[in-house]
Design a protein around this ligand. Structure first.
Ligand SMILES: Cc1cc2nc3c(=O)[nH]c(=O)nc-3n(C[C@H](O)[C@H](O)[C@H](O)COP(=O)(O)OP(=O)(O)OC[C@H]3O[C@@H](n4cnc5c(N)ncnc54)[C@H](O)[C@@H]3O)c2cc1C
Length: 337
């Protein structure tokens, strides 16, 4: 097992923040985890890293970074309707999407080209275009880093919510996911609830879109709207979309007639954080190398040499002005380290 010391994390986070890690281990198999448990390499401070696409590093990391690169995609069981697929936590999420699209396994095509690894997908219950991971999630396996035991969590144990799970709360930082199991449909099951997706399908005159066509549409929509982290540093949506009761929303609508809300499963109303930020005049605004992206105000970007602290200061200003104008406190979606 190779332990690297004092290495730059710039290429390991999509914001492109140049901080250092005191210790760094790349995990390629489960045996290495057992080795870590029984070795001296056990500092109090450690952080599990996937693709670094939902993280803002604000300072050097004075502990151990465990970069998860555990590979493998396997079919566990199947019948005429469904298939149970297992993927290693280090598999690139899009590689799993491509595998499913190639094999006509329906379920994750709407989550095409979300950056990052399979192991991080349950952490914030990734979601996009009318689909969320929890809808096809079966279970995951990993290690409790304190008790040093292997454990499986089934869906009911994971407390999935909007960009949320038990792994972001009571188990935060304590549980290292090594593999994820997903239940996918072998029968066509297109999810076309999202208006933008519906419009594209109509525009392209598709009657019964295939899984590959839906995935292509999602990729096109995303490529037109979102900054590519390999060109412009970012970690996707910086804040969550706020949810409120219908009553609160109606009050807000009296003052801001053009505000749009979407009913959630729980009966609350979700409003666009991007809209709130835009209305405060931040869209496209730049300070040094930090900016709110010109096509989507909710995404904060690093145009080159911004530090994590500068991004955080910018985010705090955004938060303050949204609070002042709308009385709404934005909550960060990304992990600030
Ligand atoms: C351009 C862009 C667009 C995006 N669009 C979306 C979107 O549409 N929907 C969406 O939900 N997200 C989106 N994201 C956010 C991000 O892609 C997801 O949150 C993704 O799942 C993060 O994966 P990662 O491997 O990069 O995780 P990291 O950023 O490395 O880690 C995120 C968190 O998960 C933990 N973690 C990572 N791997 C493991 C593991 N194996 N075991 C335990 N904990 C682990 C980390 O400790 C950290 O707390 C976007 C990001 C970008 C840059």
């Amino acid at each position: 097992m190779q332990i690297q010391e004092n290495i730059s994390l710039k290429k390991y986070n999509t914001f492109g923040i140049d901080v250092k890690a005191r210790y760094f281990i790349e995990l390629k198999n489960e045996e290495q985890i057992e080795e870590i448990f029984s070795s001296e390499v056990n500092p109090d401070k450690r952080f599990i890293l996937g693709g670094g696409s939902n993280i803002l590093f604000t300072k050097n990391y004075e502990g151990l970074i465990l970069k998860n690169s555990i590979p493998g995609i396997n079919k566990l069981t199947e019948d005429s309707n469904e298939v149970l697929i297992e993927a290693g936590a280090g598999v690139i999420w899009q590689d799993l999407v491509n595998y499913c699209v190639r094999n006509n396994y329906w379920g994750i095509e709407n989550l095409s080209i979300i950056p990052g690894t399979v192991g991080a997908a349950p952490i914030q219950n990734i979601g996009a275009y009318g689909q969320e991971l929890k809808n096809m999630f079966h279970s995951l396996t990993g290690y409790d880093l304190f008790k040093k035991v292997k454990k499986t969590y089934i869906k009911e144990d994971c407390q999935f919510g909007y960009r949320d799970s038990i792994f972001k709360n009571s188990l935060k930082g304590n549980f290292l996911i090594t593999s994820v199991q997903l239940n996918l449909s072998k029968r066509p099951n297109p999810i076309l609830s999202y208006q933008h997706v519906k419009d594209e399908i109509d525009k392209r005159n598709m009657k019964n879109p295939t899984i590959a066509q839906i995935s292509d549409i999602i990729c096109d929509i995303r490529n037109n709207k979102l900054p590519n982290p390999s060109k412009i540093g970012n970690a996707g949506s910086f804040f969550k979309n706020p949810e409120m009761s219908e009553n609160t929303f109606m009050h807000l609508k009296k003052d801001f007639e053009d505000i749009k809300g979407y009913k959630t499963e729980s009966g609350n109303v979700k409003i666009s954080a991007g809209w709130l930020i835009e209305k405060c005049g931040w869209k496209g605004k730049r300070k040094g190398d930090v900016a709110s992206f010109e096509k989507q105000a909710l995404i904060l970007v690093n145009y080159g040499n911004a530090t994590g602290k500068e991004v955080l200061e910018f985010a705090e200003e955004v938060k303050k002005s949204v609070k002042e104008k709308f009385g709404i406190l934005l909550i960060e979606e990304i992990n600030i380290i």
